[in-house]
Design a protein around this ligand. Structure first.
Ligand SMILES: [Fe+2]
Ligand SMILES: [Fe+2]
Length: 344
């Protein structure tokens, strides 16, 4: 590392370099003179040589420092540039792999959700509802920040993945379930959490997976302890699960299902109000009631129009995709071939 730094150091470095070059020049001239003028006095030549050697001895370390300083500076600049490039690349890779992970998780959750929800946008709406509630609750809860909300949005999509393990005869049964069927249905939080815990055992601690387990396991617990699977009450139920519970309830009631019609928004709001402190956390109900209009806006924006079904929409998307990727035409008709549709 250079002992000369700053502008003063640079000026000193320049002066020493000039002196060094000058002395080298004198040395060369002296040798030329020795070669040409052989009659010069040996003492005189000796004095001059000693002078040159002293000069070189004095300026040598300075010159070494100058070279080291310049080299150090160049290396530092190159290293800094390389570090910046690596940091940018790592940040980009992490962002990309996180986005891929999140998309895959959401896609798998959506696949599971299609089993009992043929409109296909239940999870998107729940994601918006939980973000709204969590944002309104953040001033009262230190644990809520942007990353927590981002995790909750994705974790909310996993709440019913355990339903994959429930037989169709129970999951899709129109009307009320009998006692045995209800018991079976109430296993879905355990099945979902067990699946996520198996992933967690492979990966180790992960804040997203931890929240996923909370939400999946506890979204049917109730504030007064009358929920399932464990009968947890009050603050013992994770905040994430308490938020998802209300969002899921609102969306399930205001949506059409194979076994029921949709309840109007206003009636659902009144029902949630009546369940304050029994089914739901009173604080979350208060935030919901204050923002009920915004829930209705999200519902209207993201809920399919009556009569819309997911399957024709998927066929439409598949046709668009094929048009973009293949651009194939039927030579006989000059039209793009239609994606075959199986009768429902
Ligand atoms: Fe559930
Ligand atoms: Fe749900």
């Amino acid at each position: 590392m250079s002992v000369f730094s700053g502008r003063g150091g640079q000026a000193l470095t320049l002066a020493l370099t000039t002196l060094h070059v000058g002395l080298l020049g004198v040395g060369v001239l002296l040798l030329m003179r020795l070669a040409v003028d052989a009659v010069a006095s040996p003492i005189e030549v000796l004095y001059q040589l000693v002078g040159v050697l002293c000069g070189l001895a004095l300026t040598g370390p300075g010159m070494a420092t100058v070279i080291a300083s310049v080299t150090d500076r160049r290396q530092r600049v190159a290293l800094r540039r390389m570090n910046q490039q690596l940091e940018t690349e790592i940040r980009q890779r992490v962002t990309e792999s996180l986005a891929t992970r999140n998309a895959l998780i959401f896609g798998l959750a959506k696949l599971a959700d299609y089993r009992d929800n043929d409109t296909g946008t239940h999870l998107e709406r729940i994601g918006e509802y939980v973000v709204l509630l969590a944002n309104e609750l953040r001033t009262e809860h230190d644990e809520i920040d942007d990353r927590w909300i981002e995790r909750l949005k994705l974790a909310s999509s996993l709440h019913d993945i355990g339903k994959v393990g429930i037989p169709d005869a129970v999951l899709l049964k129109p009307g009320k379930l009998d006692a045995d069927e209800r018991l079976l249905m109430e296993q879905h939080p355990l099945m979902g959490a067990d699946t996520l815990l198996a992933i967690r055992r492979q990966l180790g601690h992960d804040p997203f997976l931890d929240m996923g387990v909370e939400v999946t396991l506890q979204h049917h617990e109730k504030w007064d302890g009358s929920g399932y699977p464990f009968g947890l009450s009050g603050d013992m139920i994770a905040l994430s699960a308490r938020i998802v519970a209300l969002a899921d309830f609102y969306d399930a009631l205001t949506s059409v299902r194979v076994y029921k019609d949709a309840m109007p928004h206003r009636d659902t709001v009144e029902l949630v109000r009546s369940l304050r402190g029994t089914h739901f956390d009173p604080e979350i109900v208060d935030v919901f009631l204050t923002n009920a209009g915004r829930f209705d806006d999200i519902r209207r924006t993201l809920q399919p129009r009556s009569g819309d079904r997911a399957v024709p929409k998927i066929v439409e998307l598949a046709q668009k995709y094929l048009r973009r990727t293949h651009h194939s035409e039927d030579p006989a008709t000059g039209r793009e071939p239609a994606v075959p549709v199986r009768a429902a």
